[in-house]
Ligand binder design. Structure first.
Ligand SMILES: Cc1cc2nc3c(=O)[nH]c(=O)nc-3n(C[C@H](O)[C@H](O)[C@H](O)COP(=O)(O)OP(=O)(O)OC[C@H]3O[C@@H](n4cnc5c(N)ncnc54)[C@H](O)[C@@H]3O)c2cc1C
Ligand code: SF4
Ligand code: SF4
Length: 372
């Protein structure tokens, strides 16, 4: 694999505004840090190869290699990636009274996995004011305090690096698609470290079309509402086209999406994945029913944990309506095509040799099918 070091990461990702802010390079060493939405390298480091580069979801991502490792087949053009089944779901009545983004499926599954010992800690995204903050959670009850979406990019994976340092070795991670991709890269042991053991017990990926840049969103929202009063933000599925901001006095501010689209960093326009394809389970909002989720089960491990959570009364599942499935495939395919076409046109895909870094690599047949 074509793996370089921190300087190449800085030059090709951070300085080109391609950084998704995922946090994978943060807290691996003393050099990379994240501060209020910005990933920076504090001091120069001349290491020729580094984990920061190897885990970055923006550099030399070899989709066939990762698909082979994770699903035992080369990457193909299915808009939703590889999966076993798709259902709708919600947390059971056990969780009534908690605040979730939609059906609470993510929180119910992480709670269950932690309680039953399938994972020894959960890496989640909590919040300080409106700043999304990575958290390592050891107690099932604490999973519930991280419910709800923070629509700005969060350096969540920095907490995975800290959890590994602390000795956790069955970590459960709730990740956006770029974070799930980075996690798959970490688990593939790209630097072929001899003492490597897979530290991850479960990856629950959430759907993501884009995330806002915190540095742009904070002043924007502060000019509309007292940020200390915000209790929740939501972006209901189309055709709503608004961000809803709920405040402690019970009111709701509606912001047309066209007013915030320019707060989305350019990095998201290169992101092919809407449904966190490299996860055990993926969860999104079910269109037309804000109280339920779309649940994609991708791996044996994901299936085993979901089946057990249903049997034990933590999770409720139902059939996925065909019309929802069709629309989901359309939306995910659309994102994939747009992003890959853009990256391809800009010379970022399948560059031969080591001289020019590729953002992404995949077999030509799949590439042609996606961008056709
Ligand atoms: C930036 C962003 C964009 C999204 N875009 C879409 C979309 O286009 N379509 C769609 O169907 N769904 C989207 N979602 C996912 C959706 O909002 C819900 O997270 C998902 O449906 C799970 O709902 P739930 O009720 O099960 O989650 P909950 O049980 O409320 O749990 C939410 C989980 O999300 C995690 N989380 C919150 N914010 C972040 C963040 N910024 N980064 C990483 N993890 C986070 C928390 O750790 C928590 O565990 C998006 C979420 C985010 C954060
Ligand atoms: S995308 Fe993630 S790993 Fe790459 S530079 Fe940004 S924060 Fe670091
Ligand atoms: S759109 Fe992609 S790159 Fe942007 S935050 Fe979501 S998963 Fe990450």
């Amino acid at each position: 694999m074509n793996i370089s070091g921190p300087n190449e990461l800085l030059e090709n990702v951070i300085n080109r505004n391609l950084c998704t802010g995922c946090g994978a390079c943060v807290d691996l060493c003393p050099y990379f840090k994240s501060y209020r939405g910005k990933t920076t390298m504090l001091f120069p480091c001349t290491l020729p190869q580094g984990r920061c580069f190897a885990y970055c979801p923006r550099l030399e991502v070899d989709l066939d290699y990762l698909s082979g490792k994770y699903f035992e087949k080369p990457y193909n053009s299915d808009p939703l990636g590889f999966y076993k089944s798709i259902v709708t779901s919600r947390a059971s009545e056990k969780f009534t009274g908690n605040s979730f983004q939609a059906g609470g499926t993510v929180s119910a599954i992480m709670y269950f996995a932690l309680e039953r010992g399938y994972i020894d800690g959960a890496v989640l995204t909590g919040q300080e004011g409106i700043l999304p903050t990575p958290r390592i959670v050891m107690n099932p009850e604490d999973v519930l305090s991280c419910g709800s979406s923070k629509y700005t990019a969060a350096p969540t994976l920095s907490a995975v690096n800290r959890a590994i340092e602390e000795g956790l070795n069955r970590i459960g991670i709730v990740s956006t698609p770029c974070q799930a991709l980075s996690t798959a890269m970490l688990r593939a042991n790209p630097l072929e470290e001899k003492d490597f053991t897979d530290p991850v017990g479960l990856v629950v990926g959430i759907f993501c079309t884009w995330a806002l840049d915190f540095r742009a969103f904070e002043p924007f929202i502060a000019s509309r509402v007292d940020i200390n009063t915000i209790t929740k933000t939501d972006i209901p599925p189309p055709p709503a086209e608004v961000m809803e901001v709920y405040t402690s006095d019970g009111s709701k501010l509606q912001i047309p999406l066209e007013e915030i689209r320019n707060l989305v960093p350019d990095a998201c326009s290169y992101c092919m994945d809407m449904t966190s394809e490299f996860s055990d389970i993926s969860v999104g909002v079910l269109e037309g029913d804000p109280g339920r989720n779309t649940l994609i089960i991708r791996t044996e491990r994901g299936k085993m944990i979901v089946d057990e959570a249903v049997r034990e009364g933590y999770l409720i599942v139902d059939d996925m309506p065909e019309i929802n499935l069709e629309h989901l495939k359309w939306a995910a395919g659309n994102k994939k095509k747009k992003a890959l076409l853009k990256a391809h046109k800009e010379g970022m895909v399948n560059n031969p040799g080591k001289d020019k870094i590729s953002y992404i690599r995949l077999n030509n047949e799949t590439l042609e099918e996606i961008i056709a």
